[in-house]
Design a protein around this ligand. Sequence first.
Ligand code: PEP
Length: 255
Amino acid sequence: QSKRTLLIAGNWKMNKDLAEGAKLASELVAALPEIPEGVEALVCPPTIDLKYVGCHGGILASPIKLGAQNVHWELSGAYTGETSVPMLASLPVAYCIIGHSERREYFHETDEDQNRKARALVAGGIVPIFCCGEPESIREDGTYVDYVCAQVKAGLEGLELTSPDQLVVAYEPIWAIGTGKTATAEDAQEVCAAVRSQLAEIFGQEMADGIRVLYGGSAKPGNIAELVAKPDVDGALVGGASLSAEDFSAMVMKA
Ligand code: PEP
């Protein structure tokens, strides 16, 4: 199995208004006129910025892909404040983050919600980036592999894939997100490999061998090369460092 195409995905979270987002996007387009072979770069701005960043900021005309941070599973209807898969697809958006620990914690989203979102995205031709990861207490009591595999199973079971390119999983230990505490490359490899075994149970080994499994949690230019050198780490979901064009482009070039 040759290494899968690496994905460096920036999650801007609730940062950057329209002008700031367009500025960051233009800086990224200028910094990354070409993406190295075997690497894919993705930015996920806030929903309200997607169109402006994609068009005015030039992302949709560049080799950098555009992604969303959240979606609703229904196609349309009375869901005030929500955004549907067809709305995202019409931009077009290529990827959508689901199940981020901030959405699970602050907005009480469940594995069942993620399962519905994943199905709706795949049906609508958008690739879900399904996030999973353990809190510090679970890391400390040593049950983190079982915890993360249970999230993967509940969140993705029943999803119908015809190609491994239709799904990305991001392992994001919560204790490493925005804290400056990066998991070691060995920690990342251990859990990413376990996630892949769980994916093999759900989708079969051949499909699991092609699905990208990312690491997320204080990834930055200084540690990206070591992380992606691990056999089961296929890139990174990047929070803080994705808000700087210099740092994010450096990560894409070093991956
Ligand atoms: C994230 O929240 O997806 C993330 C990985 O954040 P950071 O890189 O800032 O730790």
